[in-house]
Structures are given as C-alpha cells and as structure tokens.
Design a protein around this ligand. Structure first.
Ligand code: AP5
Length: 221
C-alpha cells in the first residue's frame, strides 16, 4: 500500500480499542505499513521491559501473568514518555492504551487530540479460540495462529527463522480473567469516546483483509 497522510494537518492519532484477541495488534501492523506512523503497544512495551528484567518489567509481568491490569500511574508514565519521542510527532496508533477511564483522561491531558477511536467487536467464543492458537516470533514479533495463519515451519517464524512461542497469559484461565477485566475496566471507554464523537464500531470477524477494509472505511481513507 502507498504511504498516506491524514487530512488533519498530516497527522493521525488513533486508538484501537477492543478485547484481548480482537485483532488490535494485527490491524495496527497493517496501519503502520500504510501510514508510516508507529504502533504504540503498551503490552509489547511491558513484555520488553519484563524480558529486560527491569524492576518495572518484573512488576508488570506479575500483573500480566494474572491477567489483571498494571497500575494506571505506571502505564501513563510509560506512554507519556513514548509519545514524546520524535517518531510520534506525525501521529501514532495506540494499541492497548487507554484501558481505563483514568488512562483516557490522562491521555486527554497531554493535549494532543485524537482523530479516531476504533472499537473492534468480536464475539467472546472467537476471542478464546484466537488467543489459544496465537503464536508470536521471539525475535521479530511476527504473529501467527496455529489454525488461521500458521507459520510454514513447525514453531519457526517464516520471516526470520527464530522460534515462535505462546504467551504466558494466553492460557485459557488467564484469558477468561482478561476478558472479565476488559468488561469491567475497559468497556466503559466505548461510551466515553462515543460521548466525544470519536468512536467508530468495526465488526472484527472475517478475514484480516476484510477487517482492514472496514478499518480503512471507518478512517475515511
Ligand atoms: P496486550 O498485549 O495489550 O494484550 P490484549 O489487549 O489482551 O490484546 P492481545 O494482544 O491479546 O490481542 P489483540 O487484540 O492485539 O489481537 P491480535 O492481533 O494479537 O496486554 C497484555 C497485558 O499487559 C494486559 O493483560 C495487562 O496486564 C497489561 N497491559 C497492557 N496495556 C495496559 C494498559 N494500558 N493498562 C494496564 N495494563 C496494561 O490477534 C490475536 C490472534 O488472533 C493472533 O493469533 C492473530 O493471528 C489472530 N487473528 C487476528 N485477526 C484475525 C482474524 N480476522 N481472523 C482469525 N484470526 C485472527
């Protein structure tokens, strides 16, 4: 796809909202290619910190493994720093943030208004199947699904040859917990952004390409 810029001054600030497994990361990667703006995934940032063994990472891993949220203050500090980096000056795709009303309010206080909030909607049964089958490359982060988009080799990334792995928090019991946390903590953001006229609902079932088309339509491109 060609690089595109957004009409509002050449920037695009976008939030992808949706439950675990709804395809935020998958669609975010396609939007990065299309708009040449960074994906800011708080989940990826926390997993990187956990791998690096920092104090923040170790604390975050305990929450992530239990399927509960990392404290707002920790996440808001991390995101504030990231959005201040030069590659975010033309916009960004927020994937997994905000996740609570307090985080959304903190984002508003940064004074960089959002252009769109897309809510990816997928039935719970399908979410569980998607997460149970997800595999991720340890090296480049490429994503696969054992049933829907398997890698060609056995547990090896097609793109770089590194091993793929299953996330610790994709075990069924933890997935159920994450879905509950989404309902109580994050779903209120649907009406939060609806009231601000920013929310677009995007049906998140079908092929990745079909959903990408719906996302593009919702963005008006
Ligand atoms: P995070 O990493 O953000 O996880 P999540 O929101 O639970 O979302 P996922 O990454 O599981 O799913 P996704 O919607 O990106 O779907 P994907 O594209 O991968 O957060 C993890 C943890 O970090 C949280 O539980 C929390 O502890 C902490 N955290 C993170 N942010 C935080 C915050 N702001 N505040 C506090 N704590 C925070 O797709 C899933 C699978 O489905 C893949 O295998 C994919 O290939 C497949 N798939 C995608 N699209 C389709 C399709 N159309 N058809 C079939 N399969 C598909």
């Amino acid at each position: 796809m060609d690089t595109e810029t957004h009409q509002s001054g050449g920037t695009l600030r976008l939030v992808l909202l949706g439950p675990p497994g709804s395809g935020k990361g998958t669609q975010a990667k396609l939007l990065v290619d299309r708009f040449k703006i960074p994906q800011v995934s708080t989940g990826d940032m926390l997993r990187a910190a956990a791998r690096a063994g920092t104090a923040l990472g170790q604390e975050a891993k305990r929450s992530m493994d239990r399927g509960v949220l990392v404290p707002d203050a920790t996440i808001v500090g991390l995101v504030r720093e990231r959005l201040g980096e030069p590659d975010c000056s033309c916009g960004y795709i927020l994937d997994g943030f905000p996740r609570t009303v307090a985080q959304a309010e903190a984002l508003e206080k940064l004074g960089t208004p959002l252009d769109h909030v897309l809510s990816l909607e997928v039935p719970e049964d399908e979410l569980v199947v998607r997460l149970a089958g997800r595999r991720t490359c340890r090296s480049c982060g490429a994503m696969y699904h054992v049933q829907f988009s398997p890698s060609r080799g056995d547990a090896v990334c097609d793109a770089c040859g590194a091993p793929t792995y299953q996330r610790d928090d994709d075990r069924e019991e933890t997935v159920r917990r994450r879905l509950q946390v989404y309902t109580t903590e994050t779903e209120p953001l649907v009406s939060f952004y609806q009231e601000r006229g920013l929310l677009r609902r995007v049906p998140g079932t079908g092929t990745v390409a079909e959903i990408a088309q719906r996302v593009a339509r919702a963005l008006g491109v």
